[in-house]
Each structure stands twice: as structure tokens, then as C-alpha cells.
Design a protein around this ligand. Structure first.
Ligand SMILES: [Ca+2]
Length: 315
């Protein structure tokens, strides 16, 4: 049976019916050959191209929601001091876009930090390297024990190095300064505090005598993102290098001072020597020191009596 040839040759050797049948059969055959070709190419492509590898996520972290953290949605906000009390280093107010990320609901507590130093003895008081602290590291602890009754209070007297080391151990990182402010605003725009513009001792732990000490994390109401103590209780370390003029040169998207991206700090943080950003006021501060936009420098070896931290995590 002839299955090939030009339509002209078919017309010469057969009737009209035979021609139609042969034409249909030929078209059917061509379709089958085409499908087989595509199938073979699909199966053999990966084997013949060693540079074609299965895509691997750059972020090794699982997608499941981490315990004790809140997903802060991506968005844009006006970063900086909007009010008359704003210092020069809080200006200019500028637009910043932040990718979604996770943020700890609470400041890291004494009991959480104790687990870290028991797992990593080189960060215990007796073993920490001299250059990673200023002599006051965990000075209110008795060896590896925090003060009785303070398990759920924020850890303080911790250097930036120790905070970053804790975050790495926990599979997290410190927040960037911009992430911190974006999260602290809780979805509000241009306010002094996470709840508005009027100081309120019922909403944060600040000012001497009220209550004049750290309080258990989460004692005060959360902000719009479900985060507690974003103002007050203890001040908090951020990843960034402190630059008082950074707001004048800050990139619009995911700004970070002193490194190209947050991953740089993995394996490099012990090389850091320049001042880091401290955000937030602490339990002894006045309402002015508690403003969301306030920013301060701190040597990475400083261990402040009013200074602690919380962790973030890339989504
Ligand atoms: Ca705080």
C-alpha cells in the first residue's frame, strides 16, 4: 500500500475516494511522528544538557510558619521621623519597600538565651571572646543562670555579636533597620508610637517608675502586626551598620547599610567592627526616647543594661 508521494501522483493512479483516504492517512502519520519527536526531545533534554539542573530555592528555610513569629506582609511605608521631635538622623522621611518576612512576636527572653549558651558554650560568660563583649556581658546573671523569676523577661546585657550568634543558632537573623521600623509601625503611617501619637503607659513599658524594670514579654498589648514591646521594655539590635546620613542615600527597596544583603552576615558577622543600629527605647526612657523613628549607634561589643533584641527570618 502506498502511503507517500505527491497528491499529483496519487490522483494519477487512483480514484477520488482513494485519494481522500490516502491524504487523511498521511496527515495522521505526520501528526504521530511529530508527537513522538516532541516526546523524545522532552525525555532526553536533561541528560544531554548538564547545565540544565533542577531549580533550587536560594532560601533553605522551610515555608512553614515558624513558631513564635508573625509574617509581616510586603509593602511600602514612609520611613523616618514625621514629628517635630525628629532628630537629623531620622531625616529625610523617605519611601521604602520591604519584602515579606517573619518577625519574632516578642523580644528574646532570658530562658531562650540560656538554651543558646548551654548549646553553644563558647558564648557563655566564662568563655566568650574578649572582643565580642565590653565586660558587662550577662552581668546580672549568676554564671549560666538568669535571675530568679526573670525567665520570661527579655535578655539584656548582650552584645550585637552574641545577638547575631543566637539568631544563627535559632535559624533566624536580626532584622534590618528598615524591617524593624516597618514592623514596629504595625500598619499605621507616620505615627510616633505603634498605637498613635499620644504616649500611653498602658501600652508600653517606659519611663522610670512604671514599673522601673523590665517586664515579662507580651505583658503589654501588641501592635497592628501582633508584635509586642516594639517600643519599650528593652531596646533592640538591628543588622545594619549605623550611618547617621543613610536616609539621604538609602535605596528604595529593602535597604541595608553596611552589607549587600542579609545573607552576607552568615559567616562574616565576627568581622564586623563598625557601630551597629540600635532601635527602640527601653524601660527607663521618656516618651521622646520611645518614638518609633528614633535611632542610635552602638558598638557591636556593647552590652547595654537596657538593650536586648528580637529575631527576623526571610520568608
Ligand atoms: Ca522593645
Amino acid at each position: 500500500m502506498r502511503i507517500s508521494g505527491t497528491p499529483k501522483s496519487v490522483e494519477k493512479g487512483s480514484g477520488k475516494k482513494d485519494f481522500i483516504v490516502r491524504k487523511a492517512f498521511r496527515a495522521y502519520t505526520l501528526v504521530i511522528i511529530g508527537l513522538l519527536s516532541v516526546f523524545i526531545q522532552g525525555c532526553g533534554g536533561d541528560k544531554e544538557s548538564p547545565d540544565r539542573v533542577k531549580p533550587v530555592s536560594a532560601d533553605p528555610l522551610p515555608l512553614a510558619k515558624p513558631r513564635g513569629m508573625v509574617l509581616i506582609p510586603a509593602g511600602e511605608f514612609q520611613m523616618g521621623g514625621h514629628d517635630r521631635e525628629a532628630e537629623a538622623n531620622e531625616l529625610p522621611v523617605h519611601t521604602v519597600y520591604i519584602d515579606a518576612f517573619y518577625m519574632d512576636k516578642h523580644e528574646v527572653t532570658n530562658s531562650e538565651f540560656q538554651k543558646f549558651i548551654l548549646a553553644k558554650p563558647n558564648w557563655q560568660r566564662g568563655w566568650i571572646k574578649d572582643r565580642f563583649h565590653d565586660g558587662r556581658y550577662l552581668e546580672h546573671w549568676n554564671g549560666n543562670k538568669y535571675p530568679r523569676g526573670y525567665a520570661n523577661h527579655p535578655v539584656r546585657y548582650v552584645s550585637w555579636y552574641a545577638a547575631v550568634a543566637y539568631a544563627r543558632w535559632a535559624g533566624k537573623r536580626l532584622p534590618t533597620e528598615a524591617e524593624w521600623e516597618y514592623a514596629a509601625r504595625g500598619g499605621l503611617q507616620g505615627k510616633k508610637y505603634p498605637w498613635g501619637d499620644v504616649p500611653d503607659t498602658g501600652k508600653a513599658n517606659y519611663t522610670s517608675g512604671n514599673p522601673g524594670d523590665t517586664t515579662p514579654v507580651g505583658k503589654y498589648p501588641s501592635n497592628g502586626h501582633g508584635l509586642h514591646d516594639m517600643t519599650g521594655n528593652v531596646a533592640e539590635w538591628c543588622l545594619d551598620k549605623y550611618d547617621k546620613n543613610f536616609y539621604s542615600i538609602s535605596p528604595r527597596e529593602n535597604p541595608l547599610s553596611g552589607a549587600e544583603n542579609v545573607n552576607w552576615f552568615i559567616g562574616h558577622f565576627t568581622r564586623v567592627e563598625t557601630d551597629r543600629v540600635v532601635r527602640d527605647g527601653y524601660w527607663h526612657h521618656s516618651p521622646k526616647g520611645l518614638r518609633i523613628s528614633i535611632r542610635s549607634p552602638g558598638s557591636p561589643s556593647d552590652c547595654y543594661g537596657g538593650g536586648g533584641f528580637r529575631c527576623a527570618r526571610t520568608q
